[in-house]
Design a protein around this ligand. Sequence first.
Ligand SMILES: Nc1nc2c(c(=O)[nH]1)N[C@H]1C(S)=C(S)[C@@H](COP(=O)(O)OP(=O)(O)OC[C@H]3O[C@@H](n4cnc5c(=O)[nH]c(N)nc54)[C@H](O)[C@@H]3O)O[C@H]1N2
Ligand SMILES: Nc1nc2c(c(=O)[nH]1)N[C@H]1C(S)=C(S)[C@@H](COP(=O)(O)OP(=O)(O)OC[C@H]3O[C@@H](n4cnc5c(=O)[nH]c(N)nc54)[C@H](O)[C@@H]3O)O[C@H]1N2
Ligand code: SF4
Ligand SMILES: [Mo]
Length: 740
Amino acid sequence: MSNTDSEKTVKRICPLCEACCGLQVTIRDHQIIRIRGDDDDVFSHGYICPKGAALKDLHEDPDRLRTPLIKRDGKFVVASWDEAFAEIERRLPAVRNAGGNDAVATVIGNPAAHKIGLLLYFPRLARALGTRNVFSSSTLDQMPKQLSAGLMFGSWLSIPVPDLERSDFMLILGANPMVSNGSLWTVPDFRGKAKAMRLRGGRIVTVDPRRTETAAVSDVHHFIQPGTDVFFLLGMVHTLFAEQLINLGGLAEHVEGLAEVQAAVQAFAPELVAARCRIEAHTIRQLARQLAVAKRGVVYARIGTCTQEFGTQCSWLVDVLNILTGHLDREGGAMFPKACAFAANTVGTPGVGRGVPVGRHHSRVARAPEIMGELPLTCLAEEIEIPGEGQVRALITIASNPVLSAPNGDRLAAALEQLDFMLSIDIYLNETTRHADVILPGLSPLEDVHFDLAFGQFSYRNHARFSDAVLPRQPAHPPEWQILLRLAAIVQGKGALIDIEEADRQLFSAEVHKNCGPHADAVLQLLAGWSGPEKQIDFALRSGPYGDQFGLQPQGINLAKIKAATGGLDLGPLQTRIPEVLRTPSGKIELAPALLIADVARAAQALAAAAPKLVIIGRRQIRSGNSWMHNLPSLAKGPYRCTALIHPFDMDRLGLTDGGLGRITSGIKSIEVQIEMSEEMMPGVVSLPHGWGHDMPDTQMAVAAQRPGANLNALLDEQGRDPLSGNAVLSGIAVDIYPL
Ligand SMILES: Nc1nc2c(c(=O)[nH]1)N[C@H]1C(S)=C(S)[C@@H](COP(=O)(O)OP(=O)(O)OC[C@H]3O[C@@H](n4cnc5c(=O)[nH]c(N)nc54)[C@H](O)[C@@H]3O)O[C@H]1N2
Ligand SMILES: Nc1nc2c(c(=O)[nH]1)N[C@H]1C(S)=C(S)[C@@H](COP(=O)(O)OP(=O)(O)OC[C@H]3O[C@@H](n4cnc5c(=O)[nH]c(N)nc54)[C@H](O)[C@@H]3O)O[C@H]1N2
Ligand code: SF4
Ligand SMILES: [Mo]
């Protein structure tokens, strides 16, 4: 921290996307003067994007909620925290008493992954609720990857990431890290790293239905028919077997199931899949060969390959390719980060485990299997609407806006109106929270401490960083971990007025006793200086893979050391971790999980299907973060962005004009959009960003309402799912467009 008389500059990790950049925030008299990238940050080295700087707008946004709201006679009124908790206590337990545990559902959204208080304390609330109706944005996003990684490597978050800094060949599918700044891959400044790689002679190939910003910094780009990556990937794996390109290298003794994979891909010669994915057979073969001969190569795929009917198969086949070519767990290939704390693959017995259980229960109406303790978010509306035992009658949303972010939000919005009680923990009165009976606001990120619990496992380099609060919070405004503990106490019948610090101490002490046995008291003594999330972080760090083991390893790390280090602690490049990282029952990489091998038959059946004439896909944008950053003036300014990109060929065919209006329809659903002609698009594919549609009544987002945009998800069907993971199908949906 550097100080002048009136100004001081403090460090803060950005919580707005997975890149987790280190920022420098300059403040004077509790006012933010400016926000910049932090050159001293050991992980991001000064990189920043426009969203990071917009934390100032977020902090100052007059629409951001600072006090609880209670709905009285259909209108929200400002309430004190005591009044809000009293209202919840009056209404929530009554629903549970009448309908049982499953009558209360929870939905937790994307920003929660960046809020340590929500991540650490949501499980405490979930345990108190004991409901099976747990939903999250994971089933709009990465659940397929978690499932395939869980089945192959034994834990849900053991997802290998590209070691780009040492790579010389990278194949990217369905990801646009130039804009998204990476996902399931924490990699600030992808542009710089990609550029350095190509200067070293490395090559990047991108496969995407749009010639994206990432394609623009690649050596080669191929269009692919949306939703058909599974066939392309099966064709590549087929080629490796057919052309004897398999080379497991040192992985050979750690892999099980090679023969089953070979048999499963038999029917997918490139010549048979080429027409379906609209990529020529020789290109598929060539890419397989290129990957096989690359000294340090890697395949990386993200959301475009997950939000499909075959999302789990795509996610699996990507790792199969990395393994068969000997690139998994090798420098410059796909490697497993070793997080400094909280990673399931750094606790327990190294190299073996129980694997991941799936389908322990099913959703009541659609019978969709539970994955990772969650049900598909696209099942929520029907679980509210349809009567019967276990019907959802109350809902708690936490940092989530499913009315915009999930398919067919209209149906969900109508269902929310039927609930007996709805509580939202959220910082805006928006499309979803307007349906709540009570809204409890979280803090501005700058008023809160920060630790990247979720992203150490996906980082391009191992590191340990922590941010203190930059600005003080209002004394009456509790941090989110306290909100969740109070809710848990209400649910448990202890009442809202419990002593929070004491309740926290008791829960934490019970956990330490469970984990540390006879040493628990000594450990608790050493942690006595911390409370809340910091106490849990220090415990996880000290007992973690780099930890000081409470004094047994004096060179090891702890929270105090991280706080004292300028720009955090660099823990070095990624290291080889197989077999130690595995937690499978066999102690091997399970290359051919039965669930996935069986599902290949479904792909074989779908191979013959004809592609629709026109399909729609999504598009992320630098100045936008899913559904909730359109109220920040520095991001909202500039040209109108919620446009439908269409190839000139389709424009002509459909009689559309550049800059004109069009109606996109899908079955009986339709939206109006502004058309933008673009040679970037694959003919037959239209691209529209998601997260827009801020024209719904009774919200409080004045800036966003000025240019609401169109809601892509209003076109989509909530019944479109990958049956294995329950993930929503958001890409490659058949549509028609008419000029207006
Ligand atoms: N068609 C289509 N739909 C998609 C996608 C797509 O690619 N295409 N992407 C999907 C993906 S990947 C995701 S992750 C989901 C995201 O969908 P959601 O998980 O619903 O996340 P957001 O839309 O970002 O909404 C975030 C909510 O959190 C609130 N919020 C922000 N910060 C805080 C905070 O600090 N505390 C609290 N308590 N609340 C906060 C915001 O006000 C907002 O209500 O959208 C999905 N929807
Ligand atoms: N600026 C910004 N950054 C973000 C977000 C944001 O909203 N704005 N959201 C954050 C979140 S929650 C997430 S999950 C990540 C996601 O990070 P990424 O996965 O990098 O997400 P996208 O930028 O949507 O890139 C997906 C790409 O898939 C392509 N695509 C669509 N359908 C298909 C298909 O069927 N096959 C193939 N091969 N490609 C297809 C799209 O054209 C697009 O280029 O981004 C995060 N970062
Ligand atoms: S890239 Fe992500 S983490 Fe970095 S400044 Fe932008 S939003 Fe924040
Ligand atoms: Mo996401």
